[in-house]
Design a protein around this ligand. Structure first.
Ligand code: GUN
Ligand code: ZN
Length: 428
């Protein structure tokens, strides 16, 4: 069954930091997106493709908007939705005072389902169609999340948190129970419809070596699942890791020794990495989730995007709700730009939108499946509205180039500028 959409189209073909800018994207002022059975069939100029269509096919015309692939959030915690904007702490105290007590509630499947429903609605309203998501230590939290995501036909990745030390008893598993529960969840959910599983050690301080080794064993036994954790977010955290793991050569090496690096491994933050750590992430094809709103909110630091690019590390954007303060990828691009300004670096609007779409897909090893309009890709796409707010409308009147339009979208945009979200071609 064909579905056809007409409008201004933009998607990325490659990383603007690695190829000539003109070769990194396709932009069509009056384009057509042809979708067959939920997958991209063809993209091109409306003037060329319209005459090839049967006359009885409906064409949905989005005027005054920009059609692009859905955003990809490479790091977010659904159980932290209701504790967003908790005052006054940096990472370790924030976890202890706010996060852990909140996560306790997710032993209840029904509570998890209610929060997952709200969380996914917020994400979709903000134009994010795929996310890599933390659950809590409770396997019920993952059952709840996946059952809601499955009903909505979404491509989502989630996992049960592993944590067996330095955390409250009520949130603690053991190396063996964490392994067993994760294994059971992989069997139940991984590759069911568009769902995929991520083995999710919270971070080195809350995981014993035994638990990290078991996570590595489970990853080796299931090479198509993901590994999702936190890395080098905060200076006190890094000092603590060095104390807890004196035999390791730094934070990343703790994970490396347990065989947790690889093509499907995503490390959130990486704000304070040494060159040697970045090099290791690059050579193992691991990815970093850049979470600017969280890094600013918790006062963690300013991510060094240039360093990651220098060592060819895959990077995607993450909102990191509830340390992040917005579900909106557009607002996240705003914060990302400003963090790079504070480093005296320019983050171009093309690079920003690349990172939010194709860059995220590559970070999640999902290139060709989501992230752009290549033939056969899943048709999860959004329509951004240049005129949704009076301020953006007014600013757009003084704008000539695509680059400027994208920059304005990323500086002034938020949920209000996402006019429509489509999942597998269907507007939701
Ligand atoms: N490090 C360990 N757990 C967390 C968490 O829940 N949020 C953030 N931002 N960092 C973490
Ligand atoms: Zn996080």
């Amino acid at each position: 069954m064909l579905k056809v959409y007409r409008g201004e189209l933009l998607h990325f073909l490659a990383d603007p930091a690695k190829v000539e800018l003109e070769d990194s994207y396709q932009y069509i002022e009056d384009g057509l997106l042809i979708i067959k059975n939920g997958l991209i069939e063809q993209v091109g100029e409306a003037s060329e493709l319209l005459p090839t269509l049967d006359s009885n096919i409906d064409v949905v015309h989005y005027e005054n908007g920009l059609i692009m692939p859905g955003f990809i959030d490479t790091h977010v915690h659904y159980p932290q939705t209701e504790m967003i904007a908790s005052y006054g702490e940096q990472l370790l105290e924030w976890l202890e005072n706010y996060t852990f007590p909140f996560e306790r509630k997710f032993s209840d499947l029904e509570h998890g389902k209610k929060v997952a429903e709200f969380f996914l609605t917020q994400l979709l309203d903000a134009g994010t169609t795929t996310a890599l998501v933390f659950g809590t230590v409770h396997k019920e939290s993952v059952d709840a999340f996946f059952s809601v995501a499955q009903q909505k036909k979404l491509r989502m990745i989630c996992g049960k948190v592993l944590m067996d030390q330095n955390c409250p008893d009520y949130l603690s598993d053991t190396a063996q129970s964490g392994y067993d529960d994760s294994k059971a969840l992989i069997e139940k959910w991984h590759k069911k419809d568009r769902l995929q599983y991520a083995i999710t050690p919270r971070f080195a301080p809350t995981c014993s070596s035994e638990q990290l080794n078991k996570a590595g064993q489970l990853l080796a036994e299931n090479p198509s699942v993901y590994l999702h954790t936190h890395l080098s977010e905060n200076k006190d955290e890094i000092a603590w890791v060095n104390e807890l793991f004196p035999d390791s050569d730094g934070y990343l090496d703790v994970y490396d020794k347990s065989k947790l690096l690889g093509r499907r491994s995503v490390f959130a933050h990486g704000v304070h990495l040494h060159d040697s750590e970045c090099q290791r992430l690059g050579e193992t094809d691991s990815a970093i989730a850049f979470c600017p709103s969280s890094n600013l909110f918790l006062g963690s630091g300013l991510f060094n995007l240039q360093q990651a690019q220098k060592f060819d590390v895959n990077v995607g954007y993450g909102t990191d709700i509830g340390a992040g303060t917005t579900f909106s990828m557009l607002s996240t691009l705003n914060e990302g730009y400003k963090t790079q300004q504070l480093r005296s670096e320019k983050l171009s609007p093309f690079q920003s939108f690349y990172l939010a779409t194709l860059g995220g897909a590559i970070a999640l090893d999902l290139e060709g499946t989501i992230g752009n309009f290549s033939k056969g890709a899943e048709a999860d796409f959004i329509v951004l509205d240049y005129h949704a707010t009076p301020l953006m409308d007014r600013r757009m009147q003084h704008c000539t180039h695509l680059s400027e339009k994208l920059f304005i979208l990323s500086m002034l945009g938020d949920e209000r500028h996402v006019k429509a979200t489509h999942i597998m071609g269907e507007r939701i």
